[in-house]
Design a protein around this ligand. Structure first.
Ligand SMILES: [Zn+2]
Length: 126
């Protein structure tokens, strides 16, 4: 197959566009990385927090005793406090990437990270 000069230009432009698109996708997935944290209590989804840079939220589950305090901050989330006997959830520390999760077995609380679908596209076009 004989390529004309126009064909070569076209191919060159397509390659640049493809590589640029891939690079942009990688940049978006590494920089923005929008995640949502799903908080389950006794197997029920009780709260969804969108994890974004600069966003802060605290959620308290349970009562005066038998409690968990979940803190979302700047795109990550942790169990800041709990009065559960094993403290495994508190010692898990910050998580920020699926499929990481925090589990409090004694109180049956699970914090799961999921990619927030399409949120990155919305953020770019906005
Ligand atoms: Zn715990």
């Amino acid at each position: 197959m004989q390529l004309t000069r126009a064909d070569k230009w076209l191919i060159g432009i397509l390659i640049v566009a493809a590589v640029g698109g891939i690079a942009l996708n990688i940049a978006v997935s590494y920089v923005a990385r929008p995640q949502k944290a799903e908080i389950y209590q006794e197997g029920h989804l009780v709260k969804v927090i969108n994890l974004r840079p600069g966003y802060h939220e605290e959620v308290r589950l349970g009562g005066v005793v038998h409690f968990n305090v979940v803190v979302a901050d700047n795109g990550r989330i942790r169990m800041a406090e709990a009065d559960c006997p094993d403290q495994v959830c508190v010692h898990t520390g910050w998580i920020s990437q699926p499929p990481q999760q925090i589990v409090c077995l004694p109180y049956r609380v699970v914090i799961r990270l999921e990619p927030a679908a399409n949120a990155d596209i919305d953020d770019i076009t906005r």
